[in-house]
Design a protein around this ligand. Structure first.
Ligand SMILES: Nc1ncnc2c1ncn2[C@@H]1O[C@H](COP(=O)(O)OP(=O)(O)OP(=O)(O)O)[C@@H](O)[C@H]1O
Ligand SMILES: [Mg+2]
Length: 301
């Protein structure tokens, strides 16, 4: 069942910027990674889901309620972590939590305390004296303190140190096990790889790809690097009908791309050549998606 539904969402700003015809669903309990270069439209889409922006056309819904027209209902179910949390300056952490409890209509001291312990946040500090990371942690605590079913996390770990990033990822893994529905925008592939069931790419305001993580790993061709002891071996191997991504005559080295079905035949074949070394180069999710950042790209590779 779709918890988040975005249908043909369009919002255009000056100079051709904005989001155009954005359509996607996030099912109950699903964690979807929302990737894309700077200015692609991730935060704009999330702001529409929060009801902060009214679309030019199209709509977005959470649990069947329109995010623009029924924002007072939809917002109650959402934990939103904005890309750039702006927090009021004249308050300390405790007063801010209290203010947010009032706005969200929730009160759970135990949960607030456990979140603060987990993220090592002292609520007694004045917000204006907090570091960027501490402010981010305060935004995390207030996003999660109502134990929301739906999480919109806009670059949640930016500004957190590596240890805190790990603590945050572990926390989201637990939330995922508890069945939360999560849309997570990120530039950190390691984070996306660990947390997301599906990955969606937005570029220039348009969704250009949506694939499950399993399909990506099944579809990836493996790259093998082979170096030879002598030129004769290099030359005869180079003439074979493989998908070569590199041939280096000087270094007597080649790289070839293979899908899983052809690996066995390849291994049987290379024993006929004077092979000096042979290694698999693992292609990461990052390698795979980098092309979407550079060019339009496709999924045929
Ligand atoms: N209120 C606005 N007025 C004018 N232009 C806007 C407004 N909000 C967003 N934009 C433009 O829309 C585009 C998408 O911005 P958005 O913040 O959604 O990008 P993003 O994918 O979140 O990028 P980043 O990775 O840098 O956070 C950008 O070109 C931005 O300048
Ligand atoms: Mg953003």
């Amino acid at each position: 069942m779709s918890v988040i539904e975005v249908n043909n969402l369009t919002k255009s700003y000056a100079f051709g910027k904005g989001i155009f015809d954005v359509t996607f669903n996030v099912n109950s309990g699903e964690v979807v990674g929302f990737l894309g270069p700077n200015g692609a439209g991730k935060s704009t889409t999330m702001r529409h889901l929060m009801g902060f922006s009214i679309p030019d056309s199209g709509e977005c819904k959470i649990n069947g309620h329109d995010c623009a027209k029924e924002y007072y209902i939809t917002k109650m179910n959402i934990g939103y972590l904005p890309g750039e949390p702006t927090l009021p300056q004249g308050l300390d952490g405790k007063a801010f939590v209290k203010m947010m409890e009032g706005l969200k209509g929730c009160h759970n001291d135990k949960l607030v305390e456990s979140l603060c312990n987990r993220f090592e946040l002292d609520l007694n500090q004045d917000i204006k004296k907090m570091s960027i990371g501490e402010r981010r942690k305060l935004a995390v605590v207030t996003a999660f303190m109502s134990d929301p079913e739906v999480l919109l996390l806009d670059e949640p770990t930016s500004g957190l140190d590596p240890r805190m990033q790990e603590i945050f990822i572990e926390f989201i893994e637990e939330e995922k096990k508890r069945g939360k529905t999560i849309l997570l925008s990120s530039h950190i592939f390691r984070e996306v790889e660990r947390l997301c069931d599906r990955i969606m790419i937005i570029k220039d305001g348009r969704i250009v790809a949506s694939v499950s993580k399993d399909d990506i790993s099944k579809g990836l061709k493996k790259t093998f690097e082979i170096s030879f002891y002598n030129l004769a071996s290099y030359e005869s191997f180079s003439k074979l009908n493989y998908d070569f991504s590199e041939r280096n005559r000087e270094k007597l080295k080649v790289s070839i791309k293979l899908n899983n079905d052809s690996i066995d035949g390849f291994i049987k074949n290379i024993k006929n050549y004077n092979v000096k070394s042979f290694s698999e180069i693992t292609m990461t999710l990052e390698d795979y998606f980098m092309k979407f950042y550079k060019t339009r790209g496709d999924f045929s590779e």
